[in-house]
Design a binder for this molecule. Structure first.
Ligand code: ADP
Length: 436
């Protein structure tokens, strides 16, 4: 699936947009504050300018000049002698004199000095200096800064709200659906139709929920099938037991033998189920492999078939083939099953043909019968657990429908392949290939 990255793009663009908005807001705040002369004031330069002007002001006009300058510039002013005597002052809280050391340093050397953020001093003459302080307090500045910050935060919050909502809403929805699924509502689906990463997550979530549902359905069906298949021989055994209890002594042996047959069937079924779950859990790792000759395993299986069906002709065409690395007991189970099916689903007078030859780096074994065949629509289903064709049911030839599914599981675990080729009314060929 093409990776959708629109959420990534959206968050990225949002970041860029925030920067732009921040820039604009800060410029506007800056412009508004900048228009206020109190915030434009550079104390040192102002002090230098005022001291420069003072040089040409006659002594008796200095207080008036200072008062005027203080009002104009919105500052408090004072003129001191180098030893700290105040000569003139203006404003509500004129600045106090510098310390003796700083005053000496200013009048003898430098032309100006800064006194904190809002104040400055400037040399007037070798024995005098001017001090100046803006009337805007530190407090005032901090308030302005906080106000600007609040505006910025508000704007950022407003701009971010739609994105936050667009991400949070579907995630809340998803977590709600996940909770419902966890609580056992297997129909819960997100159904989020979005073309972004969250949509992809929701889609994956729905797919997983779907698969989980199918898996659980499969498990339920399997359990029902297993119970059903176990119940049939058990019910028959119970009947035989009841009959044996009331039968005359000469008939008891017959009922016991019927019970033995049912017990055998139960044992086979349970063994098959155990093999299935062993392979389910471990796959290829569950196998205990050893090199084996498939031709020899085939001979043994044909021998077992001959004991069950002495009259059946099995034509063999066996070529020399490399050994296969297999768990012999399991492959014997596959051969028994395929040969047994060929016998079960064809008339007793029809021969069964078996070929074995090396092929594609392994060995191919084919069992061909001339029996009832498998309907085309069932070809894909014969490997499903507990599948039984209609005509095989009609024949009443036993079998729980586990044989081929188990065979496929075994062959798959060995890294091989098993296929069916069949034509109704003509016959069936089951072919298996195992790697050498
Ligand atoms: P069963 O125990 O019913 O034989 P299998 O898993 O071995 O179970 O086979 C599943 C179904 O596949 C059978 O019920 C039957 O319908 C069909 N089938 C298998 N082998 C053959 C065959 N050689 N000829 C016709 N039908 C077959």
């Amino acid at each position: 699936m093409r990776r959708r990255r629109s959420l990534y793009r959206r968050v990225y663009l949002h970041g860029v947009l925030l920067l732009v908005v921040l820039g604009v807001v800060l410029s506007i705040v800056g412009a508004i504050l900048g228009r206020d002369s109190r915030f434009r004031l550079s104390p040192a330069r102002t002090a230098e300018y005022v001291s420069h002007l003072l040089e040409s002001v006659p002594a008796e006009q200095v207080p008036a000049f200072l008062g005027h300058a203080a009002d104009m510039l919105n500052v408090d002013l004072a003129v001191y002698t180098a030893d700290g005597q105040r000569l003139a002052a203006a404003g509500r809280r004129p600045p106090r004199p510098l310390s003796a050391e700083n005053a000496t340093r200013l009048v003898s050397g430098g032309s100006t000095r800064r006194d904190g953020h809002l104040g400055a001093s400037a040399r007037l003459a070798p024995d005098r200096y001017l001090r100046l302080r803006s009337r805007v307090g530190e407090h005032d500045m901090a308030l302005r800064a906080l106000g600007s910050l609040a505006v910025v935060v508000l704007v950022v919050a407003l701009v971010s709200m739609p994105l936050a909502r667009a991400i949070a809403h579907p995630l809340e929805h998803l977590s709600g659906v996940a909770r419902r699924l966890g609580a056992g509502d297997l129909q819960a689906r997100a159904h989020l139709d979005r073309n972004d990463e969250i949509g992809e997550l929701a889609h994956t979530f729905d797919e997983t929920a779907e698969r989980l549902g199918r898996l659980l359905d499969g498990q339920r069906e399997l359990l029902a099938n297993v119970s059903h298949e176990l119940r049939t021989p058990l019910a028959r055994m119970r009947v035989s037991l009841a009959l044996a209890a009331e039968a005359p002594p000469e008939d008891v042996a017959r009922h016991l033998s019927a019970m033995e047959g049912d017990a055998d069937e139960l044992e086979r079924l349970v063994a098959d189920l155990l093999t299935t779950s062993r392979l389910d859990a471990g796959g290829a790792l569950a196998l205990q492999r050893a090199p084996a000759d498939l031709g020899a395993l085939l001979e043994e299986a044909v021998g077992r078939l001959a004991r069950l069906h002495p009259a059946r002709v099995v034509e063999r065409e066996v070529q020399a083939a490399p050994p296969v690395n297999v768990e012999a007991g399991l492959i014997a189970r596959v051969l028994d099953n395929v040969l047994d099916n060929a016998a079960k689903y064809s008339e007793p007078d029809r021969p069964i043909a078996v070929t074995l030859r090396p092929a594609e780096g392994g060995v191919r074994l084919t069992v061909r019968d001339q029996g009832i065949g498998i309907a085309l629509e069932d070809h894909a289903r014969v490997f499903a657990p507990f599948f039984r064709g209609d005509r095989s049911r009609a024949r009443g030839t036993g079998g729980a429908g586990l044989g081929l599914s188990l065979s496929k599981q075994i062959v798959d675990a060995h890294g091989g392949r098993i296929t069916v080729d069949s034509q109704p009314g003509v016959g069936t060929a089951v072919s298996l290939w195992l790697p050498a």
